[in-house]
Design a protein. Structure first.
Length: 375
């Protein structure tokens, strides 16, 4: 796991003033050392570590925040669950893993009443009691960024209507024109939904077999399985790929930020009674046993505040929606367009909310087996 640490605030030493008459007489001068900044340890995705976000918090709270960047949400959780939670105070990760801190017994629960003012600043869809982040009626964290997973399309080559379903993924006319993102479960879930299977419930053998068959068909039409987002984006821009599968808004925003408004991520229409999109979300929570629980609480408040939300939404690598309704008026019209804010609630209504699927290990194994067979 990649580690990075913010530069601590540099504070001048508090120099002693003129010595007292007694001190002067003896030639003694005093120097008062600066009080050490309170340390806080923060595990998070890239973007949350921006100096424009962390710096003001450090300054206001006389704190020094050490950052450990997450490169894999499941791996980050495994590190915490194995005892690493004792080494951190706050974590910002994908919401299913924040929720799982509850049953793992490693989170400090959030008092919804204490954070009532924060919830009031959110869109109604994210206000308490917010089920995706609850465990046994207690809150494991607060939502901080979100978006949706659906086909990412270059409308210079395809119409959005063409991608009102995932059918082109299996159309011979699109052979070698599909890019599947090698991002864990993200390309698997949409294919399961297209096959008429809800991947977020317990699956039987027949349903797992159906997922195997739909992935097999997908790989027959796929030109490339790509883990590097920049490579996938380049192929989408030049038409080598007609669509990216498994990325959605996270794969779209940087291109749209650069003025490519013909790149869009949409959610297909419901099929067989199942929504076809997936809402992903990141959340921020506190770890159990923090040495500085009040300061940890303040960092959570800071991260989800309207003042920070716009900065958190607009990063160099990717741009994402935030749950803060109070922040909406702070976005420029250009930023709103990049984030497809005019489409976000349609996407929400046509999507499932992402959570840890009971059979995810089985589905990941099937994905790898069918990929190997296709090669």
């Amino acid at each position: 796991m990649k580690n990075a640490f913010t530069t601590p605030n540099r504070r001048g030493l508090l120099k002693g003033g003129a010595a007292t008459a007694l001190g002067a007489a003896t030639g003694a001068f005093s120097a008062l050392p600066a009080a050490a900044a309170t340390p806080l340890r923060y595990m998070c995705w890239e973007g949350y570590d921006k100096s424009s976000i962390i710096g003001p918090f450090e300054e206001k709270n006389d704190a020094s925040v050490a950052i450990d960047l997450i490169t894999d949400s499941a791996g980050g959780f495994a590190k915490l669950a194995a005892g690493g939670y004792r080494d951190f105070d706050v974590v910002s990760s994908d919401s299913p893993w924040i929720a799982r801190m509850g049953p793992a017994g490693i989170c400090e629960y959030i008092d919804d009443d204490e954070f009532a003012d924060v919830y009031n600043s959110f869109y109604p869809q994210f206000r308490a009691p917010f089920a995706p982040l609850q465990y046994e009626g207690k809150t494991t964290g607060l939502p901080s960024r979100w978006g949706w997973v659906g086909p990412t399309v270059n409308t210079k080559f395809d119409s959005l209507e063409t991608w009102s379903s995932y059918a082109p993924c299996f159309d011979p006319a699109y052979k070698d024109k599909i890019c599947v993102l090698d991002w864990g479960d993200w390309p698997i879930m949409p294919m399961a939904l297209h096959a008429g299977i809800d991947p977020y419930k317990e699956l039987d053998d027949a349903e797992l077999k159906e997922i195997r068959l739909v992935l097999r068909a997908l790989f027959k039409n796929t030109r490339a399985l790509v883990a590097d987002l920049s490579v996938a984006q380049k192929g989408l821009m030049d038409g080598s790929f007609r669509a990216l599968i498994g990325g959605g808004t996270y794969a779209t925003s940087a291109l749209r930020k650069d003025g490519n408004d013909h790149i869009m991520s949409i959610v297909p229409e419901p099929k067989d009674g199942l929504n076809q999109g997936i809402i992903w979300m990141e959340a921020t929570g506190m770890l159990k046993g923090s040495d500085n629980p009040e300061l940890a609480k303040q960092l959570v408040r800071h991260v989800v505040s309207p003042q920070v939300a716009v900065d958190l939404a607009w990063t160099e690598a990717t741009c994402n929606l935030v749950p803060s309704q109070d922040a909406e008026n702070q976005f420029s019209d250009e930023q709103k367009a990049v984030l497809q804010m005019d489409y976000m609630w349609e996407a929400w209504d046509k999507s499932h909310f992402h959570s840890v699927a009971p059979n995810i290990d089985d589905m990941l194994a099937i994905f790898q087996e069918e990929l190997a067979a296709a090669e």
